[in-house]
Design a protein around this ligand. Structure first.
Ligand code: ATP
Ligand code: MG
Length: 731
């Protein structure tokens, strides 16, 4: 027993899931019941009982960050650092496998992984070559169609004419085939290919499959409910022989169907692995009882659930009610949230234990502004990604070209950035020479230097560019990648370009480039760094320091915080109208699961809010409270309304706004900015004075100690609190 101290920290059901090491096992359990803890303990247990070496376990997590955490925990459990683990996201694991066997799918092991920018550029080229009208059929549409096919594990040959898409009817399949051929000729993959190629490889190459099955003797999968078909196929192939596969998941947290995830994979598991052991965990160790009661009541509204019980498992499970705040507008909502965060910090709560979870990325800006104003440190996860910024993409293209001269997309991106006089004419000459000679663009360009096909400034400019490139390549061997990249960005004139740029963003871009150089230094080689970048996903931003986290509900999966703010619970925003328009009832249920995921991230405090008027993208929009608010059990909820706003969500919408004549407001109605005056806010006619007695719904009677705009400090029996004046009444 003592040899395995982590077993003592598990309840009997969890322990069963950890100790049942042989055969298929599915842990099906609600949020916070310890699924991830079980998976981690199981990993350690496999190693410590000597059933497999570290490199013989394959473990899949939903984000790279979750993989890092699991790696650290496993190392702590077994008491030494572990090397050579196959632990990561589906994509990270597949890229590793694929590099080893690249030739078997027609790639070289140095293949590059494209981002969406590159992907679109390539799709445009393919569509142009096929003579498809891109105004009528935007390339983004084709990208989505192809992605969906890849999610389903379909290669172009695997698609029957009947399955062809509505996109450019009758053409999508062959465009897909053209695109795949182009990718191969560029020695490149898109994100979806990483899985598709790996599955194809295992399906078509029995020796590779057998080798993988021998090597990966145990499979572990977290967040199983959000796997898509191609991921499922991959797991099934690997597990077929030994059947030592353990998946943990929660059908109520399936929130990625829009990315091709299939919750049915849970049902398939039992079918494909007959006799699979199913373990259910019911005790939730994360949240207080009121939070669990609220989350359970909410999710109970969904139909077609597998059905699970969630019981409070913490010793200190009692706690505050869920707060639901009704506010006049989104700016007031941001003030409320930031003010509460400020108060929590003053009470000694760490910023890192507070999160604001939003339905759509655009919502974060209002909170950011308030937090900046109050000097509260925060980070946005899943915002505009660092690695997607133009200057970073440019710098990466320089590095890619340095690492691999055959990277045509990188060449195209930077050959004339900064401007060196290599215009469209020169590029056309280079492209046609490359086609004719079957050469990568950069080699074709070099070959043209000695001819008169390059005109004007293009020739000397390119000659200098190639001299620079070979100098940097030599430097890379001699002085290492960090010094070389720094020199390359300076000597190419790239940093200079931004230094001279008068736009207000330019200094920030230079900062980003410096940050990039810092990031490179963490890697041993340039290739290692480029691979890392290709695999960073939007949910992976660094989690340094003690900061409030702002992120989307989607990105919050698997995480936990003491305090969680859930703003924007309004019809149209959440549930999201766009999702409902696309997906009807099914989409509504997915939105509700998202609400369940949001609530169950909170350990101690969940603070929901909605605003009667919201500004998104410069327009004011009237809103009514989300139907999810009406689904929360009254006994667990404390409703706080701004004066004049109904505190409770009505069953029938129009009655929310009797005071301000919004009777006819429907969800999604856009009010012109000028019409905003319609929604007269009841201004506080006479401000509070120091010494006045006030009443607060939760804290009771108190005395005002200081007044600053709409902020009050009030002495209650329980202590001094900072509040917004609209939350107290004169006593
Ligand atoms: P989610 O569905 O949100 O991913 P989960 O089922 O993976 O949740 P974990 O994150 O593993 O749950 O666990 C939730 C919290 O409960 C963690 O803080 C974990 O350390 C704690 N926990 C899990 N099991 C126990 C236990 N037996 N005793 C005490 N704490 C536990
Ligand atoms: Mg988990």
């Amino acid at each position: 027993m003592d040899a395995y101290p982590y077993l003592a920290r598990l309840n009997p059901e969890q322990r069963e899931a950890v100790e049942t090491l042989e055969g298929p096992l599915l842990v099906l359990a609600g949020a916070g019941t310890g699924k991830t803890r079980v998976l981690t303990a199981r990993f350690a247990h496999i190693l410590l009982t000597g059933r497999a070496a570290p490199g013989e376990v394959l473990a899949v997590t939903f984000t790279n960050k979750a993989a890092r955490e699991m790696r650290e925990r496993v190392a702590a459990m077994i008491g030494r650092p572990v090397e050579g683990l196959w632990l990561g996201t589906f994509h990270a694991l597949c890229v590793r496998l694929l590099r080893r066997h690249a030739e078997r799918v027609g790639l070289r092991s140095s293949f590059t992984i494209l981002d969406t920018d590159d992907q679109l550029r390539l799709l445009k080229q393919v569509m142009e070559a096929a003579g498809i009208d891109q105004k009528r059929w935007p390339p983004q549409g084709l990208m989505a169609v192809i992605q969906r096919w890849k999610d389903r594990g379909l290669t172009p040959e695997g698609i029957t004419p009947a399955e062809d898409s509505d996109f450019a009817p009758g053409r999508a399949r062959s465009l897909y085939a053209d695109y795949q051929a182009r990718l191969l000729s560029l020695n490149a993959c898109d994100f979806g290919d990483l899985l598709l190629h790996t599955v194809t490889l295992l399906q078509r190459q029995p020796e590779v499959l057998a080798e993988c099955q021998r090597r990966f003797r145990y499979l572990l999968v977290d967040e199983y409910q959000d796997t898509n078909t191609v991921q499922y196929l991959w797991l099934r192939l690997l597990a077929q022989a030994h059947r030592n596969i353990c998946c943990v998941g929660d059908d109520d947290q399936s929130i990625y169907s829009w990315r091709g995830a299939e919750v049915e994979n849970i049902l398939r598991f039992e079918r494909d692995f007959p006799g699979a052991r199913i373990v259910r965990l019911e005790r939730n160790y994360r949240s207080t009882r009121p939070i669990l009661a609220a989350a359970s009541a909410l999710i109970a509204q969904n139909e077609g659930r597998l059905g699970k019980t969630l019981r409070p498992g913490r010793d200190d499970a009692e706690g505050d009610k869920i707060e639901v705040h009704a506010l006049w507008d989104s700016e007031e909502e941001a003030r409320m949230v930031a003010g509460r965060i400020e108060a929590l910090r003053r009470e000694g709560h760490a910023a890192g234990e507070i999160a604001v979870l939003v339905r759509t990325g655009a919502q974060t800006r209002a909170f950011e502004e308030r937090l900046i104003l109050l000097g509260i440190p925060y980070r946005v996860v899943g915002g505009p990604r660092f690695y997607e910024r133009a200057e970073i993409r440019d710098a990466l293209a320089y590095m890619r070209l340095l690492a691999s001269p055959a990277d045509d997309l990188a060449f195209e991106r930077i050959v004339n950035t900064p401007r060196r006089g290599v215009g469209d004419g020169a590029l056309r000459a280079i492209t046609s020479h490359a086609r004719a000679e079957k050469l990568p663009l950069s080699l074709a360009a070099e070959a043209l230097l000695g001819t008169d096909l390059l005109k004007g400034r293009a020739r000397p400019a390119l000659a200098e560019f190639f001299r620079d490139l070979s100098r940097w390549r030599a430097m890379l061997d001699r002085e290492g990648h960090v010094a070389t990249v720094a020199a390359m960005l300076d000597e190419s004139g790239y940093t200079e370009m931004w230094r001279k740029d008068p736009s207000p963003e330019a200094p920030g871009r230079l900062d980003n480039l410096r940050e990039l150089l810092r990031a490179i230094a963490d890697f041993e080689t340039l290739e290692g760094f480029l691979e890392h970048v290709a695999l960073v996903t939007e949910n992976d931003e660094a989690s340094d320091g003690d900061r409030v986290t702002l992120m989307t509900l989607h990105a919050a999966k698997g995480l936990e915080f003491d305090t969680v703010f859930l703003p924007g619970w309004e019809e149209g925003l959440f549930p999201n109208q766009r999702a409902l328009d696309d997906g009807g009832q099914k989409a509504l249920e997915e939105e509700r699961r998202l609400a369940y995921v949001g609530l169950t991230r909170a350990r101690r405090r969940a603070i929901i809010s909605w605003a009667a008027n919201r500004r998104l993208y410069a327009n004011w929009q009237a809103a009514i409270p989300s139907r999810f608010l009406a689904e929360l059990p009254e006994a667990e909820v404390e409703r706080v309304a701004a004066p004049g706003l109904a505190g409770r969500p009505p069953q029938d919408a129009p009655s929310v706004f009797p005071a301000i004549g919004f009777g006819g407001a429907r969800r999604g109605r856009v009010i012109e900015a000028g019409a905003w005056e319609v929604a007269e806010r009841p201004a506080r006619p006479d401000p509070f004075a120091v010494g006045e007695r006030v009443f607060h719904q939760k804290f009771g009677y108190g005395t005002v100690r200081s007044v600053e705009d709409d902020k009050l400090e009030v002495e209650f029996a329980t202590g001094l609190k900072r509040l917004l004046d609209r939350f107290v009444e004169r006593a």
